[in-house]
Write a protein that binds this ligand. Structure first.
Ligand code: KG4
Ligand code: ZN
Length: 337
């Protein structure tokens, strides 16, 4: 089954073609970073309009790359939530219209399920049960995955998401948007231990997170500092170490609590080199394994939506012709496969 996947939930337009027999055939991505940079964050209305401009050319590009025409497709999958409502509507309306015109089944995919299943895209041996750490700009969740579609939330952030904390912290230290990857790059030249920030909520039982206080700690340290490039790098390193260590402590607990041997990491922050190394070490120590998508499939992309959608369409799932999106959507409410 060949499925066209469309992702437009935030500031990336992603399109891909996934074949359930042959794997990923093509993927194309357009990032709106330059568009939003001058505002220091995503402007929802500008995001929607840019998805309108870029989506169909990307569909053509992905099909050309796959060497396919629309007649070769067997289904369409698009992100139906969570995300920015206007941005979601562009992908949903386009996906539905294509499916209607081509007389194909179509399915609305949960963006976080897309992230969660991304590691399976290139690792066919990977299968539930496992624990997933979802760390993106909007979410920080630990999820117990008993089977594909069977998700139990173990813990989540009570305030900022991990990626959001990276972005806000970068911004307050004057780094350009989008701050997360910039801050991570800067941290590479920072010295460990010069600034030590707390590991929030690790001193009590449970699997929830809180990152907003950490951002305030960094703000106070930054304001009181000499603001040299070296100090900025040292603070970035202290912040990154605090986030990475906090995530690692909770992952360790989640694996222990569920008796799982496999940890799956997905979402934009999963591209963080130090987090990957730390969780790799953790998995080795526990005698289990940790799986990450390649960095470009950690951040938003069409491939994960095509893949998740293909699994659901193969299972006979899909909705009627009405275009609906869910800006807020609980992953535990998804139907099992
Ligand atoms: O999954 P994603 O592309 O979009 C959402 O669904 O939110 O995640 C984007 C988030 C941003 O907050 C970005 O700063 C963060 O992932 N991010 C990183 C890195 N690369 C992206 N955070 C830390 N280190 C990175 N290397
Ligand atoms: Zn995402």
């Amino acid at each position: 089954m060949r499925v066209l996947g469309i992702e437009t939930s935030c500031d990336e337009t992603g399109v891909a073609v996934y074949d359930t027999d042959r794997g990923l055939l093509a993927h194309a991505l357009y990032s709106q970073i330059a568009l939003h940079a001058e505002y220091g964050g995503v402007v929802p209305e500008l995001a929607s309009r840019d998805h309108v401009r870029k989506l169909l050319p990307l569909v053509r590009q992905a099909l050309a790359e796959a060497g396919l025409g629309t007649a070769d497709l067997d289904g369409v999958a698009y992100t139906a939530g969570p995300g920015l409502v206007g941005a979601l509507m562009v992908g949903a309306a386009t996906g539905r219209a294509l499916a209607w015109a081509l007389d194909l089944p179509a399915v609305g995919v949960h963006h976080m399920e897309g992230h969660l299943l991304a590691p399976l895209l290139e690792d066919p041996g990977l299968a539930p049960p496992f624990v997933a750490l979802l760390v993106s700009g909007g979410h920080t969740q630990l999820v117990e995955v008993a089977a594909i579609g069977d998700y139990r939330l173990l813990g989540e952030t009570l305030d900022d998401a991990a990626g959001e904390a990276f972005d806000k912290t970068a911004k307050l230290m004057g780094l350009p948007y989008p701050g997360g990857p910039e801050l991570a790059r800067l941290a590479e030249s920072g010295r460990p231990g010069v600034f030590r920030f707390s590991r929030p909520m690790t001193d009590r039982p449970g699997l929830d997170f809180s990152f907003s206080g950490l951002k305030t700690q960094v703000m106070l340290a930054w304001k009181a500092s000499d603001k040299t490039p070296e100090t900025r790098a040292d603070i970035a390193r202290g912040f990154e170490d605090a986030v990475v260590e906090t995530l690692a402590i909770k992952c360790d607990r989640a694996l222990q609590q569920t008796d799982a041997r496999t940890l799956v990491v997905a979402g934009g922050v999963g591209a963080n080199i130090r987090l990957r190394a730390r969780l790799q070490g953790l998995a080795e120590k526990r005698g289990g394994r940790v799986c990450f998508p390649r960095p470009e499939f950690c951040t938003d992309n069409g491939a994960m939506i095509a893949f998740a959608g293909a699994l659901r369409l193969q299972a006979g799932q899909g909705e009627g012709a009405i275009v609906t999106v869910q800006p807020r959507w609980d992953m535990a409410s998804l139907p099992h496969l």
